[in-house]
Design a protein around this ligand. Structure first.
Ligand SMILES: C[S@@+](CC[C@H](N)C(=O)[O-])C[C@H]1O[C@@H](n2cnc3c(N)ncnc32)[C@H](O)[C@@H]1O
Length: 353
């Protein structure tokens, strides 16, 4: 495989501030960045604030959504996974650790009692506030360290953290998990994800980072918000060390997806059975992995994702996963129109179908 530094020309990069250089992102998750341009930030807060100086930039930074329509499609996809993973009920008090621009919160808040978003970056919270302005049962708070200080002990029924632990050091992930155990009520549930080092496509994504690191000047610190990776075994170890119990761990994609429960002394057999039955709604399907792999391939070559387009032609127009990928690819393609030409009509048609 040939590795080449991704091209910046025509990309929708948040080039201002210290964390410039995001190149291309897939639905739901920041993908590739150029670490050579990412070395100046020394803390999570300034790094993510610099990426979110407007709502549009914040959406771009959270998952590569170039417009509100794409953000709503990707948010709805993540929300549908969470509905099953957290067995959400109408009265639930739910928090999101690293809520970003409320990409997911906007979709979930109408279905729960309270949605409370927390983030290290005040600029992300400003974008979230903007997008949640019509939703009364929401709260937003800024974090200052790897703890959930604004939340009281045992005050929340459910919580989740998507595409956030992948951007922090393992020590901080464990500190946050410990505090998740503090703020959940006994029997409460928490869902989170991590890049899966033990999956071939997860490893391929990690290998990209390794090759980028090889290009770094000697002695330079690595990006504080770079992508980090875990094995499934490691994820379960962190969950247990934090005082939670793993009740579902899905590993058949580039993601480790985990549901953890705060023990309450009762049996979790019924919950495990329910989550087992809902696993297909929670996990990233083979099509997600295959489209992601196609996009990685295209990104490594600096070319349009033709093989992803070919795969999408076999999908039903109203398939939510396909629609989300079409919207995302359309945005990325439009941004690079100077290099790639106009996006094919089939993308726009597929999104609007
Ligand atoms: C890739 S975005 C994902 C946002 C949101 N979870 C979503 O899926 O749309 C990562 C988010 O994590 C936040 N974040 C990064 N490091 C953090 C930290 N150490 N503590 C809390 N939030 C953090 C960022 O500000 C950003 O909003």
């Amino acid at each position: 495989m040939r590795y080449r530094k991704p091209r910046e020309t025509g990309s929708a990069l948040p080039l201002s501030g210290a964390c410039r250089g995001m190149i291309i992102t897939p639905p739901g998750h920041v993908l590739l960045r150029d670490p050579v341009n990412n070395m100046q930030s020394i803390d999570y807060k300034s790094c993510w604030n610099a990426r979110a100086t407007s709502t549009a930039q914040a959406l771009m930074a959270v998952d590569g959504s170039r417009d509100e329509r794409t953000a709503q499609l990707t948010g709805a996809y993540s929300a549908s996974q969470l509905r099953a993973a957290l067995q959400l009920q109408a009265g639930d008090r739910v928090f999101e650790l690293g809520c970003g621009a409320a990409r997911i919160g906007r979709e979930l808040a109408p279905e729960v009692g309270l949605w409370h978003g927390l983030d290290i970056a005040e600029n992300m919270l400003a974008a979230a506030r903007d997008r949640l302005r019509d939703q009364a049962n929401t709260a937003l708070d800024a974090l200052t360290r790897s703890r959930l200080d604004p939340l009281a002990d045992a005050s929340m029924d459910k919580g989740y953290c998507i595409a956030v632990f992948i951007h922090m050091d393992k020590e901080d992930m464990v500190l946050y998990l410990r505090d998740v155990a503090r703020v959940l009520r006994p029997g409460g549930l928490f869902y989170f994800d991590a890049w899966n080092l033990a999956h071939p496509v997860g490893w391929r994504r990690f290998d990209f980072e390794v090759n980028q690191a090889a290009q770094q000047p000697p002695g330079q610190r690595k990006d504080v918000a770079r992508n980090q990776f875990c094995t499934p075994q490691e994820v379960e170890l962190y969950v247990r060390a934090a005082g939670l119990e793993p009740v579902l761990t899905l590993t058949d994609s580039p993601w480790v997806q985990a549901v953890a429960r705060k023990p309450d002394g009762s049996s979790d057999a019924a919950l495990r059975a329910a989550l087992g039955a809902a696993a297909a709604q929670i996990q990233y399907p083979a099509l997600w992995t295959s489209l992601f792999d196609c996009i990685l391939d295209a990104e490594f070559r600096g070319e349009p994702p033709h093989s992803a387009l070919a795969a999408l032609r076999h999908c039903a127009l109203d398939d939510p996963l396909a629609r989300m990928f079409r919207a995302w690819i359309h945005g990325a393609w439009t941004q690079r129109a100077a290099d790639w030409g106009a996006p094919p009509d089939e993308l726009e048609q597929g999104v609007n179908a």
